[in-house]
Design a protein around this ligand. Structure first.
Ligand code: PBG
Length: 325
């Protein structure tokens, strides 16, 4: 029958905005968007990140204001990254109870802690002078187990500062277990873990390095995943779940939508995705040249990430997207 005449006309459901809205399978909601924010120690004015037009390294003061804006826009949360004035081999400022990130956590929690989930990056690359996510062994390699001890200490100081969720992003083996144990032993049973579960060694992080003043010379291929591999993402998922992850994340987002779908299908806990700096910078650069429709591109990329299985999305456009919705 349908071979003779087009009785079946999918276009009927596309004919008007009202019809399209009725049948849309995927919706974005501000409550599921998370805004990454950078706070830099010792600056009196926000410092623009040139590789990410529209993104700044905040002062403590403008960070508070940004957090209030995020709460007023109805966002789900903020993810805080600290940019310390001093870096050293072991990333001492990351475990200083009065380090910039810990101060920022206290500021933001006291300002909007009831309205937003406050999250913090738990990683050493912002704090080390060599730029790696961990501490180095004598031969220059990243020492997994020595790094875990640093992460445990970071988890304690961040939780003491009042953070709701820590985000271990360093891809060390065993990091979720060690962080969970450190939190529990310090009486922070209620502080949760947003695990960077499938995190790839990606060129898409390029602009972020400027945002956190990271001076990495080599690469992170001995700890972040190879873009060629999907299977190990599921192994990382199993491991993070067994170690006590409360939410799991795939990162980057757009070039890894297949991974996101597989993780979403297998995960019993909420699955987040991180639309990273390079994804942001590509769209901003193309839009600045007049080559694409910026707002449509923002909503289309976010919708695609949501459709592929992410429930929560970290995006530098969170505020703007929330206002568009
Ligand atoms: C590590 C971390 C990175 C990003 C978030 N957490 C950098 C890296 O792993 O190289 C990248 C985020 C982005 O590119 O937007 N602390």
């Amino acid at each position: 029958m349908s071979a003779e005449f087009p009785y079946v006309r999918p276009r009927r459901l596309r004919q008007s905005p009202a019809m399209r809205r009725l049948v849309a399978e995927t919706r974005l909601h501000p409550a599921e968007l998370i805004l990454p924010l950078f706070v830099r120690e010792g600056v009196s004015e926000p410092v623009p990140v040139t590789s990410m037009p529209g993104v700044v390294q905040h002062t403590r003061d403008t960070l508070r204001k940004a957090a209030v804006e995020a709460a007023e826009a109805g966002l789900g949360g903020v993810m805080l990254f600290g940019v310390p004035a001093v870096q050293d081999a072991v990333g001492s400022e990351g475990t200083n109870p009065d380090g910039i990130l810990q101060q920022a956590i206290r500021d933001v929690v006291s300002e909007v802690g009831d309205a937003l989930v406050v999250m913090s990056d738990l990683c050493l690359d912002e704090y080390t002078d060599h730029g790696h996510c961990g501490v180095l062994a004598a031969d220059g390699s990243v020492d997994n187990d020595a790094t875990l001890e640093r992460y445990a200490e970071m988890a304690r100081v961040q939780a003491d500062a009042g953070v709701h969720l820590v985000g271990p992003s360093g891809m060390m083996d065993g990091q979720i277990a060690v962080v969970r144990r450190a939190l529990d032993e310090a009486g922070h049973q209620d502080v949760g873990i947003l695990a960077y579960t499938a995190k790839y060694a990606s060129a898409f992080y390029g602009p972020f390095r400027e945002a956190v003043g990271s001076s990495l010379k080599g690469d992170r291929k001995t700890y972040q995943q190879d873009p060629a591999n999907a299977r190990e993402a599921l192994r990382e998922l199993e491991q993070d779940l067994a170690e006590g992850a409360d939410l799991v994340m795939v990162k980057p987002a757009m070039a890894y939508l297949d991974i996101l779908r597989q993780v979403a299908d297998a995960s019993p806990v909420p699955v987040a995705a991180y639309q990273v700096s390079g994804e942001y910078a590509m769209v901003e650069a193309a839009a600045a040249n007049g080559w694409i429709d910026r707002e449509r591109m923002i909503l289309e990329t976010l919708t695609s990430i949501r459709r592929a299985g992410a429930q929560q999305i970290l995006t530098y456009w969170a505020l703007e997207a929330a206002r568009m919705l």
